[in-house]
Ligand binder design. Structure first.
Ligand SMILES: NC(=O)c1ccc[n+]([C@@H]2O[C@H](COP(=O)([O-])OP(=O)(O)OC[C@H]3O[C@@H](n4cnc5c(N)ncnc54)[C@H](OP(=O)(O)O)[C@@H]3O)[C@@H](O)[C@H]2O)c1
Length: 216
């Protein structure tokens, strides 16, 4: 869902996009929609002919800038399938959350407090420039903040100032205005740990279409 939303937005903005998946043939053959009413991958792709589908390794090779839109438990494995030279020096926008559904609902966080998924990825792939962003709102809001009334916030965390500036410019092109730089990548612990609150809000409000707005 997140990969599709971001890929379509990037393509709409004129970027060339390769989407990665574990098994491109199996993904392209998916004919069933998901439980949330999203169309099958095949139906979605037919409407997005300009977006290439490949392996995670191909997406890493093609991309000047990478987005991690995988399930948090699979993020390191997905990145490990890329050639190290295809990651070196590139900015990776980490949109994933370390949600663990293995004990049912609600999910717990597989990493928290003194570490985060973003830091785990940065430690495992030191040549990447990891920037945490967009993980605290629904995919439709990520790429269309005007979906919600008023000013609401997106958080950015990362160790590399130039990579954060690159991601901030991209977020502006998505329509974001209230972009809050939280600091280095350890601040991603906080943005990942709001997920239990986000999930409670979705239950209380009965919709995923909301976001955090920071009043000062
Ligand atoms: N849905 C939202 O609105 C939303 C909002 C904020 C953040 N997020 C975060 O964004 C990420 C993507 O969310 P989503 O809802 O689009 O879908 P998802 O079902 O959480 O993730 C789907 C992606 O993860 C890959 N994947 C799953 N298990 C894997 C494994 N063991 N090894 C390698 N890759 C694996 C899938 O690969 P295949 O294509 O091969 O199946 C697919 O690319 C998640 O981390 C989620 O927490 C989601």
């Amino acid at each position: 869902m997140v990969g599709r939303a971001i890929a379509a937005k990037l393509a709409e903005l004129g970027h060339t996009v390769t989407m990665g998946t574990r098994d491109p043939q199996a993904t392209a053959a998916r004919r069933e929609g998901d439980a949330y009413g999203n169309p099958s991958f095949a139906a979605w792709q037919a409407a997005q002919p300009q977006i290439q589908l490949g392996t995670f390794a191909q997406a890493a090779a093609d991309g000047e800038l990478l987005f991690n839109c995988t399930a948090g438990g699979g993020s390191v494995a997905a990145l490990q399938s890329a050639a190290p030279e295809d990651l070196a020096g590139k900015t990776l926008v980490d949109v994933a959350n370390p949600l663990d559904f293995s004990h049912g609902m609600p999910p717990s966080l597989s990493v928290c407090n003194t570490d985060s998924l973003a830091e785990t990825i940065q430690r495992t792939f030191p040549a990447l420039k990891v920037v945490k962003a967009l993980n605290t709102m629904n995919a439709n809001v990520m790429v269309n903040p005007a979906l919600l009334a008023g000013e609401h916030s997106v958080f950015v965390s990362g160790n590399d100032a130039a990579a954060k500036a690159q991601v901030t410019a991209l977020l502006r092109s998505f329509g974001w205005r209230a972009i809050i730089d939280l600091g280095d990548l350890s601040t991603a612990r906080g943005s990942e740990m709001v997920l239990p609150l986000w999930l409670s809000l979705m239950g209380a409000l009965g919709t995923p279409l909301f976001n955090f707005a920071i009043a000062r």
